[in-house]
Ligand binder design. Sequence first.
Ligand SMILES: Nc1ncnc2c1ncn2[C@@H]1O[C@H](COP(=O)(O)OP(=O)(O)OP(=O)(O)O)[C@@H](O)[C@H]1O
Length: 209
Amino acid sequence: MTGLVVEDLRHLYADRAVIDGLSFTVEPGTAVALLGPNGAGKTTVLRCVVGSAEPAEGTITLNGVAVDERDPAIRREVATLLDDLDFFPDLSAAEHLDLLARAHGNGDPEALVDELLVDVGLAAAANQLPGSLSSGQRRRLALATAFVRPRSLLVLDEPEQRLDTAGVRWLGERLIAEKESGTAILFASHDPELVEIVADSTVTLDPLP
Ligand SMILES: Nc1ncnc2c1ncn2[C@@H]1O[C@H](COP(=O)(O)OP(=O)(O)OP(=O)(O)O)[C@@H](O)[C@H]1O
């Protein structure tokens, strides 16, 4: 089976179940939005999917292979943005993206970074250090770091955070383009408009008692 397959996921914090019996799939070229109120378990599911949290039960596979963040083959397939990023204080926006593009073996890092900076609306701020960017600009840079990686699965936690209206519109267009290039997308969101534009289906979580 291609894409992401989550089957019978159960996750506990201490001995309290926050996710129980959750199953869904994200096929290549489609997007699934995780919905639900604060504390429903969306971030927990995303952490299990990227392999940074260990489920108590269930299986998670990407293109038929069990996900494990320590597995370089899986890490090459998954681009993720779950938390705010810590940036190097003395590397500019462009230098951050350049570093990542080279680390991931991109054949033409300069062209990729130039294109991405324009795409995320940071061309004019390309040479600014992270500390001098606005919080929305830092968020755009963080999103750009996910788009500089090779990926067949994109996992994003509330990617709309701190973006202005134009930024959310850009994000929607960008995610649609990602789907068109065959990427599977799993994202948690509290923005109904973004969900409406991008998601092919939704999975709604309810907090467990
Ligand atoms: N490290 C942790 N230790 C103990 N409990 C945790 C931990 N992380 C999350 N929880 C609990 O697990 C539940 C699910 O949290 P989670 O962050 O997955 O929810 P969420 O749906 O992403 O919420 P939000 O919309 O606020 O981001 C909550 O009750 C939360 O308090």
